[in-house]
Design a protein around this ligand. Structure first.
Ligand SMILES: C[S@@+](CC[C@H](N)C(=O)[O-])C[C@H]1O[C@@H](n2cnc3c(N)ncnc32)[C@H](O)[C@@H]1O
Length: 225
């Protein structure tokens, strides 16, 4: 059995936990305070987050997409595969070290998506962008935590609150899509999305690309007007 090799750690700003990056052979793991946040062997749902979203917006002229949470870059890479040359993807990542890991040891996992000239990488809380931009995005994809239940950062609760969802609604263009990843289903959150004015579809997707593994939840919430 190959032992895990510690590659680095970083504090999540805003009362968050400690993120650590580990490697074992060709496998990578990001942990929050010792608990696994994600593993490079299981990225089916991270890919699906982009696939389910981009299916409905890829044919728009010059689509603008905001992604919150770089992680290992799977959602970003999947979005770039589906979007055309005129697209712009604003990639918001809170932790500067995560960006460095994606420019370094993690870059080859996903084909160096940060080098794509359609990507504008910003080291920032995605909530700050959502609060300040209006009718700016065709899609906003959120995978910043374990979902509305949280794990890494208490400050992310705002994103899933009534105020956060109202701000996301305002940041979207007409017929724009808010896509949210979650480890588990959450009925109260779906109700809140609907109360905000979104039309909501819930998808249960495989955690891994191949069959087997657990299931994760993705909500595709469309701003109807
Ligand atoms: C589960 S990972 C994202 C996985 C990603 N979808 C992928 O394909 O690899 C969560 C990421 O969100 C980042 N993050 C947490 N809170 C954030 C926030 N408020 N704004 C931007 N990024 C955030 C974390 O540092 C971490 O890199």
């Amino acid at each position: 059995m190959i032992p895990w090799e510690f590659l680095g750690s970083a504090q999540v700003p805003g009362n968050g936990g400690k993120l650590s990056l580990y490697k074992r052979g060709g496998e990578f793991s990001i942990r929050v305070d010792g608990c696994e946040l994600m593993n490079s062997r299981a990225h089916g749902s991270e890919d699906a987050l982009a696939e389910l979203t981009c299916a409905s917006i890829a044919d728009r002229p010059r689509p603008r997409v905001l992604i919150g949470g770089l992680g290992m870059g799977y959602t970003l890479a999947a979005a770039l595969r589906l979007l055309g040359p005129g697209a712009l993807v604003v990639m918001a990542e809170l932790v500067p070290e995560v960006v460095k890991w994606n420019q370094g040891p993690l870059a080859g996992l996903t084909g160096h998506p940060l080098q794509d000239n359609r990507v504008n990488i910003r080291t920032i809380d995605v909530g700050q962008i959502i609060q300040t931009e209006h009718k700016a995005y065709d899609a906003i994809l959120l995978d910043v935590d374990n979902g509305p239940e949280g794990l890494a950062r208490k400050g992310n609760d705002w994103l899933y609150s009534r105020a956060g969802l109202n701000a996301a609604f305002a940041a979207l263009r007409t017929s724009g899509v808010l896509a949210v990843w979650s480890a588990v289903p959450n009925r109260n959150f779906v109700r809140l999305l609907r109360q905000t004015g979104f039309k909501v579809d819930e998808h249960l997707v495989r955690a891994r690309c191949s069959s087997g593994g657990g299931q994760h939840t993705i909500w595709i919430a469309e701003r109807a007007s």
